[in-house]
Ligand binder design. Structure first.
Ligand SMILES: Nc1ncnc2c1ncn2[C@@H]1O[C@H](COP(=O)(O)OP(=O)(O)OP(=O)(O)O)[C@@H](O)[C@H]1O
Ligand SMILES: [Mg+2]
Length: 479
């Protein structure tokens, strides 16, 4: 759960106002001890709002949710808390009930108390924590995530967080691949996930492959999260052995970010460079061997191999312990970004969000431009007919453009000129003067792996809108 400094103030005698973070943590721990489930993001938002005296309608509108959904989730939460505490908990009394528990922290009846840091929590009924082998919290938690970027804001992504949590905790998936276009929020989501599941693993380690380390240096560094430097073997096979032993013996979550740095540029997407094949073999072993640990791979280019292939994950028995999650835009939750930037014309925020497909980074960069040049007026900005890309967006897109093959560039250029989705047959016909069907089909698959194409259910092809704008204004004369 995130750090909070808010106070529940109003009625507390002699400044006994509770720290909201403390109360949220208490609720989280109580639920966890009783049910094995943590408070999820939406439950946390609802509880926090309720503690602050907000009505469901307000919580719903601030978080761009329907009031009915908030009401249903809240009533499930009160029900769970009631069962946990053995007394009726509802919207009106939740604050008092939880405050009382914190205040009664001085009463000591061991067995009726669950220790949370300095606070002991008294429950009315004596409870034995439910044995839950799949979600049992481990005794000691080692977090090695200093290299992970700090997140300043986090909006939406309830479904994605829930999927990742259930894959990692209930299903014990060995390799989860998080795929998405640059800046879509992959790293941010992973950090939020760590915050929410950190007690479920003995070890959580975050590493980025930003500087493309060779596998020996990577493993030498990684193993030092688990054993002392002196205990790290100096040959690759023994390093791999030690890592696998560790993954079997302990419940570890290793997050490997920026996997795309291991892939060729100027070739179809997701192919390991020859010197990085060792990573592929390591991931394959981790997917195939039996153990209780997980790897979360984060990449803007989906690897070509079957380990990380969404379509094959469900069926391939060899890789049944692998899953992929492809991240799309933030949808309605992106409104919070515009709100943070204090933009005006709220009635057309949806239009702006849709134009940039809810992409958080593009929206953040565009909102900054709107602030600087249009005094925060979205209406004025949108009076320009074409999609305007700020310099920051252009330079990010130039970087990915540089990774494409020549055939992909031609294909992207053709797609950028189309006003609507086109069929595979149309593409094959149009491009047949320049390339064989095999090259065209592989180029299309490669663009999909780069998250360059929209996910159209009917199989028709359309370029991502921001890329479309980028190509139209920069490379309109290629083909
Ligand atoms: N859920 C979110 N809520 C609020 N802001 C977000 C969210 N996700 C992403 N952002 C914003 O977008 C920025 C980019 O996100 P992030 O770095 O996680 O993207 P990424 O997919 O990891 O990008 P890259 O492929 O370049 O590594 C963040 O710095 C943050 O400002
Ligand atoms: Mg990232």
């Amino acid at each position: 759960m995130s750090e909070r400094s808010d106070k529940i103030g109003k009625t507390d005698p002699s400044d006994q106002s509770m720290d909201i973070a403390e109360v949220l943590k208490l609720a989280d721990e109580l639920l966890f001890t009783h049910t094995g489930d943590r408070l999820d993001s939406l439950q946390e938002t609802i509880l926090k709002g309720t503690l602050q005296g907000q009505k469901y309608a307000k919580i719903a509108s601030e978080n761009h949710l329907s009031e009915g959904h908030v009401r249903d989730t809240a009533s499930e939460l009160w029900q769970k808390l009631s069962e946990t505490l053995g007394e009726d908990v509802n919207k009106l009394n939740v604050r008092n009930v939880l405050e009382k528990i914190i205040i009664s922290n001085s009463v000591s009846a061991i067995g009726d108390f669950i220790s949370i840091h300095q606070v002991s929590i008294c429950s009315k009924r004596k409870r034995v924590p439910k044995p839950s082998p799949l979600s049992k919290p481990t005794e000691k938690h080692h977090l090695d995530i200093d290299n992970a970027p700090e997140i300043t804001a986090f909006y939406g992504r309830y479904e994605e967080l829930n999927s990742l949590k259930s894959w990692l905790i209930q299903d014990r998936i060995r390799i989860v691949t998080l795929i998405g276009m640059i800046g879509i929020g992959k790293t941010t989501l992973a950090i939020k996930l760590i915050e929410e599941i950190k007690t479920q693993f003995e070890y959580i380690v975050y590493r980025s492959l930003r500087y493309s380390p060779d596998i020996d240096s990577f493993l030498t560094d990684l193993l030092q999260s688990f054993v002392s430097a002196a205990a790290v073997p100096n040959t690759l096979d023994r390093q791999v052995d030690l890592l696998l032993k560790f993954l079997r013996k302990h419940r570890c979550l290793i997050i490997i970010d920026d996997l795309q740095m291991l892939f060729e540029t100027g070739e179809f997407a997701g192919q390991y460079r020859a010197e990085f094949e060792g990573y592929y073999l390591l991931f394959k072993q981790i997917a195939e061997l039996s153990h209780a640990s997980s790897l979360l791979l984060i990449t803007s280019e989906q690897p070509e191999d079957a380990i990380c292939h969404p379509a094959r994950c469900a069926n391939a028995s060899r890789y049944k312990f692998t899953r992929c999650l492809k991240l799309a835009g933030l949808g309605d939750s992106a409104k919070q970004i515009l709100k943070d930037k204090e933009l005006s014309d709220e009635e057309i925020w949806d239009t702006l969000i849709e134009k940039y497909c809810g992409h958080p980074l593009w929206l953040e960069m565009t909102a900054t431009m709107i602030q600087e040049l249009f005094a925060g007026s979205i209406a004025e900005f949108l009076s320009y007919p074409s999609l305007i890309l700020s310099n920051e967006i252009v330079s990010q897109l130039s970087r990915v453009w540089g990774r494409l093959t020549e055939s992909e560039k031609q294909l992207v250029n053709y797609l950028a000129k189309q006003e609507k989705s086109v069929t595979l047959v149309e593409v094959l016909q149009k491009m047949s003067d320049h390339y064989t069907p095999e090259i065209i089909l592989n180029a299309i698959r490669s663009l999909k792996r780069r998250c360059f194409l929209e996910d159209n259910r009917d199989g028709s092809l359309r370029l991502d809108r921001t890329l479309e704008a980028y190509v139209r204004s920069h490379f309109a004369d290629i083909a």
